[in-house]
Write a new protein. Structure first.
Ligand SMILES: Nc1ncnc2c1ncn2[C@@H]1O[C@H](COP(=O)(O)OP(=O)(O)O)[C@@H](O)[C@H]1O
Ligand SMILES: O=P(O)(O)OC[C@H](O)CO
Length: 576
C-alpha cells in the first residue's frame, strides 16, 4: 500500500483528446470506426480515426427509465433504437468539419449495458415487453425459490461463474415467460427471440438477418457455460428456456455482417465488434495483463481484474466473467468482477428524491465544504447489496447522525460510500486472485469529481489513475471492432502506444494505515446494520400474473396513467 502526497494532475492541460493533437498527428489514417455505446442512462455514437483512435465526432442522448413500482426498472426497446439512430445521424453530420464523410467509416462496434433483457417477435420485429434492466429486482422471489430448491446460491457458479441472482438475464427471461401472455404465445408459435441489448440492436440494424451476441454479454446471462462458451443444457432446463429463443454466441471481434436497416445512417457499414460495456472499458483502460484492474464510476461501479486465459472462481462472491475474445480463433481472456449497484445513483437520489443537492455534479463542491463526513456513514443498499455481500435483504441506511450533521456531511458520506464499496471489492479480488493489486485505473463520468478520486486513493491506500479519456468504454469497443480480421484497421498491440493521446491523472493516498483501518472498520459496522432489513418480500398486487393480465387488457392510455399514478405515488412517498 502506497502513501504519499497528492499529485492531482499530470497532464491537466489536455482535458480530453485535444483537437491540436489531432491536427499535429502525422499518422496516416486507415479509416474510421464508429461505436454505438448503449449505456443504462446514456446512449451515444462516437467516431474514431484509426490507427491513432482519436474521437473526432460524437453525439449522446439520455435514455428514459420506466419504474412502474419499487425495484422495477424498464426501458423502451424502441426508444433505444430511435436514440441509436439519432446519435449516429448527428455524429455523422460532424464528419465534414474534420475532412471526413460517412463513407470513411469502415467498421462499427457495439458496446452495451449488460444483462438487461429484451424479448421480441421474430415475425413482426416488435418488442413483446419493455427491456428489463439489470438492476431490476422483480425476480427476487423466484431467486429465493430456486435457491431453496438447489440449497445453494452458488449452485451454478462452477458452470457460469455467477451466483443465482436477480441481476442476470436468465431470471428476467423466465419472468417474462411466466408473466407476459404475449411472450408465452410467441414462444408457442416459435417466433419469440430473446437477448441482451446487443442482440436487439444487431437484429434491428440487420433487419432480422442476425440473432447473435458476443461471449462477454453471453457470460452475463447465467445460461452460458464458461468452459464451452455455449448455452448450457442444464441451465436451459433449470430456467425452462428453449435454446431457439437465444442468440448464437460469437467472439467479440469478427465480421458479423452488414448493417441493412433503412432507418440507420450506418446502412451499408460492417459490424465487427460487440462487447459488454464493462469489459470494453477494461480493454479501453489497457488492462490486458493478469492483475490489471479498473473501476468504472457511473450510476453503479464495475471493477474488473484481468485474470488471463484461466477463469478464477470466486469463494467470496465475485463474478467470473469473460473479459474478451478478440476473434473466433483468439484465446478467451477472463476477468473477475465486482459490481457496486449504487454509486453515482446515490448522488442522483440526493438530488432528485432528497433534494439536498441541486445537481449530482455539485457533489464535489458540497462535500468540500466540510473537512470530513462528521462520522456519518451512508450505505446505499437501495436494492440490496451486490459483491461481496450478495444480500437482497439489505436496505439503505444513513447512520451516525447528530444535531450537528449537515447536508454536506451526507453528500460527503455518499461519496465515501462509493470508495468503501470499491475497497470491499478490491480486498476480495486480492484474496481471490492473489495478485498484488497496487493501483486502480478509473474512468466513467463520476471521475470528473476530483474529491471522489482523492477519497478513493485515501480509502484504498494505493494510487488511482484517472483516464482523461472519460469514455474508455467506447474506446475499448472501437479497438475491438477495428482489429477484426478482414477489417484490419489496426493491430491490437497495447505495448505500442498508438494510443499515446491517452493521458492519466494520478491521485496518491494521503492517509495512514491506522486511519484507513479505523474508518473502514466503521464502514463494515454500518454495512452490518443494513443487512437483513427486508424480512419477507412483499407480494404486491402488481407482482401477480392475474394483475398483469388485467393491466395489459386495459387500453394503453389507462395503463400509462395507472403507471404514472404509481410513479407519482412513489415520488410523493419519498418526498415526505
Ligand atoms: N460530474 C459529475 N459529478 C458527479 N456525479 C456525476 C457527474 N456526472 C454524472 N454523475 C453521476 O453519474 C451517474 C450517471 O453516469 P452515466 O455514465 O451518465 O450513467 P450510466 O451509468 O447510467 O450509464 C449519475 O448517477 C450521476 O449522479
Ligand atoms: O450502463 P452502465 O454503465 O450503467 O453499465 C451497466 C452494466 O453493464 C450492468 O452490468
Amino acid at each position: 500500500m502506497t502513501e504519499g502526497k497528492n499529485i492531482p494532475n499530470s497532464s491537466a492541460d489536455v482535458p480530453f483528446r485535444s483537437k491540436e493533437l489531432r491536427k499535429q498527428s502525422l499518422i496516416q489514417h486507415t479509416g474510421l470506426v464508429g461505436v454505438i455505446d448503449e449505456g443504462t442512462k446514456t446512449i451515444g455514437f462516437s467516431i474514431y480515426t484509426t490507427p491513432d483512435f482519436n474521437e473526432i465526432a460524437a453525439h449522446r442522448v439520455e435514455l428514459s427509465v420506466i419504474s412502474p413500482q419499487d425495484g422495477w426498472y424498464e426501458q423502451d426497446p424502441l426508444e433505444i433504437m430511435a436514440s441509436i439512430n439519432k446519435c449516429a445521424e448527428e455524429a455523422i453530420k460532424q464528419l465534414p468539419e474534420h475532412g471526413f464523410s460517412s463513407s470513411d467509416i469502415v467498421s462499427v462496434g457495439i458496446t452495451n449495458q449488460r444483462e438487461t433483457t429484451i424479448v421480441w417477435d421474430a415475425v413482426t420485429g416488435k418488442p413483446l415487453y419493455n427491456a428489463i434492466v439489470w438492476k431490476d429486482i422483480r425476480t427476487s422471489s423466484t431467486v429465493e425459490k430456486i435457491v431453496a430448491k438447489v440449497q445453494d446460491p452458488n449452485h451454478f457458479r462452477n458452470i457460469t461463474g455467477l451466483p443465482i441472482s436477480t441481476y442476470f438475464s436468465a431470471l428476467k427471461i423466465r419472468w417474462l415467460k411466466d408473466n407476459v401472455p404475449e411472450v408465452r404465445q410467441a414462444i408457442r408459435g416459435q417466433r419469440c427471440k430473446a437477448g441482451t441489448v446487443d442482440s436487439w440492436i444487431v437484429w434491428n440494424l440487420t433487419n432480422g438477418a442476425l440473432h447473435i451476441t458476443d461471449v462477454t454479454n453471453a457470460s452475463r446471462t447465467l445460461l452460458m457455460n464458461l468452459e464451452t462458451q455455449n448455452w448450457d443444457p442444464v441451465l436451459l432446463k433449470t430456467f425452462a428456456i428453449k435454446e431457439d429463443m437465444l442468440p448464437t454466441i460469437r467472439s467479440c471481434s469478427e465480421i458479423f455482417g452488414k448493417i441493412t436497416s433503412e432507418r440507420s445512417a450506418l446502412r451499408g457499414m460492417t459490424l465487427s465488434g460487440i462487447m459488454g460495456n464493462q469489459q470494453a472499458s477494461l480493454l479501453g483502460q489497457m488492462c490486458v495483463k493478469p492483475g490489471q484492474t479498473k473501476n468504472t464510476y457511473r450510476s453503479g461501479c464495475f471493477l474488473l481484474c484481468n485474470t488471463g486465459d484461466k477463469p478464477v472462481f470466486s469463494r467470496h462472491g465475485l463474478l467470473t466473467t469473460v473479459a474478451y475474445k478478440l476473434g473466433p480463433q483468439a484465446p478467451t481472456i477472463y476477468a473477475i468482477e465486482g459490481a457496486v449497484s449504487v454509486a453515482g445513483h446515490a448522488l442522483s437520489w440526493l438530488q432528485n428524491k432528497m433534494r439536498i443537492l441541486p445537481d449530482s455534479r455539485d457533489a464535489e463542491k458540497y462535500a468540500e465544504m466540510v473537512p470530513t463526513s462528521g462520522d456519518v456513514y451512508f450505505v446505499p443498499a437501495f436494492t440490496g447489496l451486490y459483491a461481496p455481500y450478495w444480500r437482497q435483504n439489505a436496505r439503505g441506511i444513513i447512520i451516525g447522525l447528530t444535531q450537528f450533521t449537515r447536508k454536506n456531511h451526507i453528500v460527503r458520506a455518499a461519496l465515501e460510500s462509493i470508495c468503501f464499496q470499491t475497497r470491499d471489492i478490491l480486498e476480495c479480488m486480492h484474496q481471490e486472485c492473489g495478485y498484488e493489486i497496487n493501483k486502480l485505473h478509473a474512468d466513467g463520468k463520476l471521475t470528473t469529481n476530483n474529491l471522489l478520486m482523492q477519497l478513493q486513493a485515501d480509502t484504498i491506500g494505493m494510487p488511482v489513475f484517472r483516464s482523461q479519456l472519460m469514455d474508455s468504454t467506447a474506446f475499448g469497443a472501437a479497438m475491438c471492432a477495428a482489429q477484426a480480421e478482414g477489417i484490419d484497421l489496426c493491430k491490437f498491440e497495447p505495448e505500442k502506444r498508438y494510443y499515446e493521446n491517452v493521458h492519466y491523472d494520478t491521485f496518491l493516498a494521503t492517509t495512514t494505515d491506522v486511519e484507513r483501518k479505523e474508518r473502514y472498520g466503521k464502514w463494515k459496522r454500518a454495512v452490518e446494520r443494513s443487512l437483513g432489513w427486508v424480512i419477507k418480500q412483499k407480494k404486491t398486487r402488481e407482482h401477480t400474473e392475474e394483475n398483469y393480465r388485467m393491466l395489459s387488457s386495459l387500453p394503453a392510455s389507462i395503463f400509462l396513467i395507472s403507471s404514472f399514478a404509481m410513479l407519482v405515488h412513489s415520488f410523493a412517498a419519498t418526498a415526505q
